[in-house]
Design a protein around this ligand. Structure first.
Ligand SMILES: [Mn+2]
Length: 347
């Protein structure tokens, strides 16, 4: 029996402000990645589809994100009428107020769809002899910890949960992987196997604040064969992200900088057209920023987004966090994200 495991769809994600036919280009990219995944799932025809959180990019997603999800579910229903779709809300789709059911809850009403936002839910499918426990973000942050136990009468037990299971962070739930035939996790945007049968599927697109970190990683989703234990990765082709090698500023030959910027951008295989590109310059003093005047507009037109990062600059300069993250920086940004999440939930 094959299960499909997706996470961190982030439908409704917007970035960089590029518009096409009135729509944010990155939002359209993310919707396209989702529809690609749906197409692929239709071909694979798994017995069940799991989405482990962050279906939407925020608690109040734009209407276009709701439509994208509805279309995807409808497409699955048409091709695979007997395949249930189970979703657990992540931090991004958890509503702020406790009385707010959240956008995802609207989809919980659909036949064949379970969409859990507030509390842990256990669902048993007798036809598949499969029990699925869904643990949304909210039930992991409100004490006491959720009771997650497999169903001893079911042939297959699968857990879907959103959150961190890293030791150094607050543990989402105590997890004995031996209790479960598969654990589908969401929250991390990088694909990762924790132990056999316990996986983060990673996001479908590079939707993090620092897409450069994910430039080299293929994005996609997983399928898992409960009988054989075989896991397969299914890549999704999103918009290319290019992180260029840093250019050192040569103080004795300042004019060289302009040439080097042009050179590295021209050398990008396949060109920079419509890509998300980061260029880094090392050691350029702030008072010499004028050296870049007039160099970038042409490339900015060609790329979807061209980010120029001056290394040696403090965090947050130019409104962008320093990208080569030291552990302390990474921790700080995680903390900031966590606090933002807390504020969101408090309304
Ligand atoms: Mn996410």
């Amino acid at each position: 029996m094959i299960i499909a495991h997706l996470s961190d769809l982030h439908l409704g994600y917007r970035a960089f402000g590029n518009m096409e036919q009135g729509r944010n280009v990155r939002e359209a990219d993310v919707a396209r990645a989702f529809h690609q995944a749906i197409q692929r799932i239709r071909e694979i025809a798994p017995s069940v589809v799991l989405v482990a959180g962050d279906v939407f990019d925020r608690p109040e997603p734009p209407h276009s994100a709701l439509v994208a999800l509805a279309q995807g579910l409808q497409s699955l229903r048409k091709a695979l009428p007997d395949t249930p779709v189970l979703m657990a809300a992540g931090a991004r789709d958890t509503p702020a107020g406790p009385a707010d059911p959240g956008s995802l809850a609207a989809f919980d009403t659909l036949p064949g769809v379970e969409a859990v936002t507030a509390t842990t839910r256990s669902v048993y499918y007798s036809r598949l002899d499969l029990n699925v426990v869904l643990v949304p973000h909210r039930s992991t942050i409100q004490g006491p910890g959720p009771l997650v136990e497999p169903n001893p009468d079911a042939r297959w037990n699968v857990l879907v949960a959103y959150g961190s299971v890293d030791r150094e962070e607050t543990v989402l739930l105590s997890l004995n992987s031996a209790d479960w035939d598969y654990v589908a996790l969401g929250h991390e945007h990088f694909r990762r196997e924790l132990v056999p049968g316990v996986h983060y599927a990673g996001a479908l697109e590079r939707v993090g604040a620092t897409p450069w970190e994910e430039a080299a990683e293929e994005k996609g989703f997983l399928t898992y064969d409960l009988e054989s234990g075989q896991v397969r990765f299914h890549p999704i082709h999103g918009r290319p992200v290019v992180s260029l090698e840093p250019i050192p500023f040569e103080a004795d030959r300042p004019e060289r900088l302009r040439e080097r910027v042009g050179e590295v951008l021209v050398e990008v295989p396949g060109g920079i057209e419509e890509k998300i590109v980061r260029i880094r310059i090392q050691g350029l003093p702030a008072q010499r920023l004028d050296l870049l005047n007039g160099v970038l507009p042409e490339y900015r037109r060609r790329a979807l987004h061209l980010e120029v990062q001056l290394d040696d600059e403090p965090l947050g300069h130019l409104g962008h966090p320093t990208q080569e993250m030291k552990p302390s920086t990474r921790l700080a940004s995680r903390l900031a994200e966590h606090l933002a999440g807390l504020l969101e939930r408090r309304g």
